[in-house]
Design a protein around this ligand. Structure first.
Ligand SMILES: NC(=O)c1ccc[n+]([C@@H]2O[C@H](COP(=O)([O-])OP(=O)(O)OC[C@H]3O[C@@H](n4cnc5c(N)ncnc54)[C@H](O)[C@@H]3O)[C@@H](O)[C@H]2O)c1
Length: 325
């Protein structure tokens, strides 16, 4: 029985969705679990994203690289779900050190603390970007990892560390890899909240290269339900893909956002392509579907609701706007 869950990175976009859902009965098998959130509160970590469930969890302000802190916090938990990471590819190009530190060393320290504390299940949340770029078809879980950006390389390093603890020490590590998430509470540096909030301020939207880069989109709620399914029913040492199966080029996505906000293509500011920009990601998630996974959010409805959320919640995103936008 799961009594105590440690959610690292639980104040970020996806982790906070997971915590809000868990604490409001969205995962019935774990409805009685008590929850600890450990988060460093970097620029993308925000306790305001946990305000709807304030008082329902224990919060620890700390770093997954801090072994002494982990030795105090991790014992007593049955499950660790690790969302904590540096996550923005652009930042990994200009300032990669913290990516190596948090995503590789931090994951390692956390998985080691979990082993020493006798944690039952460790879920490592990862990304399709570790595979590199694929011209056609889709990656299965046994595809070779071939990351191109410092972000994805660091995520791949953390993934390997976590899986090594499964193989070497027999720790029950389960790894999930997912495509691009959308939804409320996403830091306004990622394409959807960046473009929506800029358009709401009457500004143009910077689109990389020729806009033909293709990503698979999934609502954050579906991603989190996939993670939960793996936490409840996955197998030790296994990798699971989670896919919304909704591919879209950045240009198509931009045009949808422009239409949703009643703006025209003149708002697009074409900018020089991101260095090493992967052209296409695509995941085969039949392994998770065999466990019963089905994405539940229709993309058009989910995107419309997401745009509405940013329209209605400037109180959440306006305080986050920095000088670099
Ligand atoms: N956003 C996506 O589309 C996507 C897709 C697939 C996988 N992922 C993965 O999901 C996870 C969560 O992504 P997100 O989009 O919510 O990111 P995010 O940037 O919104 O949140 C990251 C959270 O981790 C915290 N954090 C960062 N470094 C930390 C450290 N050293 N110690 C403790 N906490 C730390 C931050 O404060 C923040 O709360 C990441 O591991 C990411 O690689 C994200």
């Amino acid at each position: 029985m799961v009594r105590r869950v440690l959610v690292t990175g639980g104040a970020g976009f996806i982790g906070s969705h997971y915590v809000r859902t868990l604490l409001t009965g969205g995962y019935p098998a774990w409805a009685d679990a008590s929850v600890t959130v450990l988060d460093k509160l970097t620029y993308s970590g925000n306790l305001a994203s946990l305000a709807p469930v304030e008082g329902g969890f224990t919060f620890v302000h700390g770093d997954i690289c801090d072994a002494e802190l982990l030795a105090r916090v991790v014992p007593g938990h049955d499950v660790v779900v690790n969302f904590a990471a540096e996550t923005h590819v652009d930042r990994s190009i200009t300032g990669p050190d913290v990516f190596a530190t948090t995503n590789v060393l931090g994951t390692h320290r956390l998985v080691r603390a979990a082993l020493e504390a006798g944690v039952g299940v460790f879920v490592q949340v990862s990304t399709d970007e570790v595979y590199g770029s694929i011209a056609e078809g889709a990656w299965t879980e046994d595809a070779p990892v071939s990351p191109n950006s410092p972000y994805s390389a660091a995520k791949a390093g953390g993934d390997h560390m976590a899986l090594a603890y499964a193989r070497t020490h027999g720790l029950d590590v389960r790894l999930t890899r997912c495509g691009n998430n959308y939804g409320p509470y996403q830091y306004p540096e990622k394409i959807i909240p960046l473009f929506v909030t800029r358009l709401l301020e009457g500004r143009g939207v910077p689109l990389y290269g020729n806009g033909r880069n293709e990503r698979e989109w999934i609502h954050v709620d579906d991603h989190c339900r996939g993670i939960q399914l793996v936490a409840e029913r996955g197998r030790a040492g296994e990798v699971y893909h989670i896919s919304g199966s909704h591919p879209l080029t950045n240009l198509d996505l931009t045009n949808r956002l422009l239409r949703a906000l009643g703006k025209g293509p003149e708002m697009i500011e074409w900018v020089e392509d991101r260095k090493g920009h992967d052209l296409r990601y695509a995941l085969d998630d039949s392994k998770l579907r065999a466990l019963g996974f089905r994405p539940g959010t229709d993309f058009d409805e989910g995107l419309a609701a997401t745009v509405r959320w940013y329209v209605e919640r400037p109180d959440w995103w306006k305080p986050l706007l920095g000088g670099e936008r």
